[in-house]
Design a protein around this ligand. Structure first.
Ligand SMILES: [Zn+2]
Ligand SMILES: [Zn+2]
Length: 161
């Protein structure tokens, strides 16, 4: 890096009050997140659930590039790229790749009857899926009951002479 370049970088960093390289990579990530949302790609390659926040987004490698015959090719291969939660991406956490993960984040085994593979190729924990559906159903029923109660109360008011 030339001296002029460095000085310019320092000036730019001073202008926005933060390291210009950090700012640039943050901006790139924000642009990417925007496009991800727009194209409905904010689904975790590892757990199959939605990635709800940019802070939870990680760029993941489907096949661990470190162990590939040609790590560089594997690293840059766009077909090998997926998005995942930071917590699900063991590669990002310095681990050895998530494909070998044997349990879901809740500790259910990702095997046998409990394992479902989605059309997108994600491995899904059936126990968690069931729990999620029940939670959703309960919330829906509760709000329905609340609505009915309100309606009943309103009817009562109308019916009183
Ligand atoms: Zn995930
Ligand atoms: Zn589970």
């Amino acid at each position: 890096m030339s001296l002029v370049h460095t000085q310019q970088q320092q000036r730019n960093s001073a202008r926005i009050g933060m390291n210009i390289s950090t700012a640039n990579s943050r901006l790139r990530k924000m642009i990417m997140w925007d496009l991800i949302l727009e194209t409905d790609r904010n689904w975790c390659f590892r757990c199959g659930k939605k990635i709800k926040d940019i802070s939870d987004l990680s760029i993941d490698h489907k096949q661990p590039w470190r162990a590939a015959d040609d790590p560089k090719t594997s690293f840059f291969d766009l077909n090998n790229i997926a998005f995942s939660h930071f917590s699900c991406n063991t590669g990002a956490n310095g681990g050895g790749g998530n494909a070998r993960k044997t349990h879901c984040p809740q500790g259910h085994p990702l095997a046998g009857d409990n394992l479902r593979v989605s059309t997108r190729g994600y491995r899904i924990c059936r126990a968690c899926e069931r729990a999620y559906r029940q939670r959703k159903y309960r919330t829906k029923r509760l709000s329905l009951m609340a609505k009915r109660k309100t309606r009943a109360a309103q009817n009562r008011v109308v019916e009183t002479p």
